[in-house]
Design a binder for this molecule. Structure first.
Ligand SMILES: N[C@@H](CCC(=O)N[C@@H](CS)C(=O)NCC(=O)O)C(=O)O
Length: 217
């Protein structure tokens, strides 16, 4: 029996989880869901109702995307994405990403639902984090150094979402290194692989596998 991953293709949290699983070469059963119609089996495993959710054969459930990433990398981490020396900084960056930046991103993306301020206001709030990333990437090719790592993979799906709200603006915004970094990830075989489209899962449907080589117990 394989681990089961409930996922939603465009969700940035699910993207980071799928990237780590794919990179680790672990095979799982992928169940693509619709956020507006979550399968009861997923809600039984994780009543909070967010994706990704990973259900392991021994019954353990991981329903936080960074936990799913860590689970995959603990099995196989060929390029040392989990650098223990950087773990404090990685946690801090991801906390900022998943906290204030994600809030500003949602306000910017769904500005019509938050009419108190203009989209430009919400965008400017999000840019504080983009500026932090730009400064880092002016000094090194990836967020923590010369090699890609956990923070890059965890954060880039959110910057992708930010860039897609107004691509014309993003393409001329003062973040050239951020664009270089983002484009590198968007064009990576890993990202392309995890964005493959899966039909929405229904109970009893044909099993769809995701990931590559090794099975994980
Ligand atoms: N902290 C969670 C957040 C996951 C999350 O919020 N995912 C969104 C989709 S991008 C979700 O499932 N939202 C529930 C909904 O829209 O009903 C994680 O890191 O896995």
């Amino acid at each position: 029996m394989l681990p089961v991953l409930y996922s939603f293709r465009r969700c940035p949290y699910a993207i980071r989880a799928r990237m780590a699983i794919h990179y680790a070469g672990v095979r799982v059963e992928l169940r693509e869901i619709l956020l507006k119609s979550k399968p009861p089996a997923m809600l039984v495993a994780s009543p909070k109702g967010t994706v990704p959710v990973l259900v392991l054969p021994d019954g353990r459930v991981l329903d936080e995307s960074c936990d799913v990433m860590r689970w995959g990398l603990a099995i196989h981490d060929p390029d040392n994405w989990m650098d223990p020396a950087a773990s404090r900084e990685v946690s801090r960056l991801i906390a900022e990403n998943d906290g204030s930046f994600k809030t500003h991103l949602d306000h910017y993306k769904y500005a019509d639902r938050y009419p108190e301020q203009t989209p430009a206001h919400y965008r400017a709030e999000g840019e504080v984090f983009l500026e932090t990333l730009e400064v880092r990437l002016q000094q090194r090719p990836f967020l923590l150094g010369y090699q890609p790592g956990f923070a890059d993979v965890a954060i880039f799906p959110f910057v992708r979402q930010f860039s897609l709200v107004d691509p014309a603006w993003f393409s001329s915004a003062p973040y050239p290194e951020l664009r270089r970094w983002l484009n590198g990830w968007l064009n990576s075989p890993l990202f392309v692989a995890v964005m493959e489209k899966y039909p929405v899962w229904q109970d009893g449907a044909v099993v769809r596998y995701f990931g590559c080589t090794a099975d994980a117990g």
